[in-house]
Design a protein around this ligand. Structure first.
Ligand code: MN
Length: 216
């Protein structure tokens, strides 16, 4: 049986070329700024992501997780950076070439934000007021089948944007403190035996088809 159709091989992410020349976004974004942003900053995310993946593969091989927090952070920081920049380049076009919002975009925006203008004001305000470095993001929330505007403060807070959760384990203290007090490891060891692998398989198959089970 063929399970794997196409996936990016471990440690082999590549810097995607810009879909337009370096000077195409002038005068809004200068050629020099775009060149540095793409060739240096985005490239660093790609290299960092590959390095993190390779080091985590090494950790699995050696069963050595002493640096797991460091490499997971690198994986999230560089993974989100690579994903978000790859999107950023493609959602821009030279002045006058970007067209108008399409029918599905307009329908979903009006449906949730009330009007295009309300959406625009919230998006611009959310983006302007990100604390420190980060992104303003219009995201499709697949669990609720609707759009949402989110701020990503930094982007490395241990997630890779665009991921769909398959298996999750709650390690907030409220999840285990009554039963295990501070023994989180013991809770996780025991929790492992509770996993519903039928549901994990179902969620994975749905996610591979770009779907997420609807949450009320
Ligand atoms: Mn950037």
């Amino acid at each position: 049986m063929q399970y794997e159709v196409a996936s990016i091989p471990l440690g082999q992410h590549r810097l995607p070329p810009l879909p337009y020349p370096y000077n195409a976004l002038e005068p809004v974004i200068s050629e020099e700024a775009l060149r540095i942003h793409h060739d240096i900053h985005h490239k660093a995310y790609v290299d960092g992501l590959n390095t993190a993946e390779i080091n985590l593969a090494e950790a699995r091989r050696n069963n050595d997780y002493n640096y797991i927090k460091y490499w997971e952070n690198e994986l999230a920081f560089n993974g989100s950076g690579h994903i978000l920049h790859s999107i950023f380049w493609t959602v821009m076009a030279p002045l006058g070439r970007g067209g108008q919002p399409g029918p599905h975009t307009l329908f979903r925006i009006n449906n949730y934000f009330g009007s295009f203008n309300s959406f625009k004001e919230q998006f611009k305000n959310a983006t302007e007021k990100v604390e420190g470095s980060g992104w303003g993001i219009l995201t499709w929330q697949p669990s609720w089948r609707r759009l949402e505007i989110l701020q990503s403060e930094k982007h490395q807070n241990l997630s890779q944007w665009s991921g769909i959760p398959i298996l999750v384990c709650d390690v907030w203290e409220h999840a285990y403190y009554l039963d295990y007090q501070n023994k989180r490891k013991e809770y996780i060891d025991n929790w492992w035996n509770l996993i519903n692998w039928y549901e994990v398989e179902r969620r994975l198959l749905m996610a591979m088809n770009g779907q997420v089970p609807l949450t009320q």
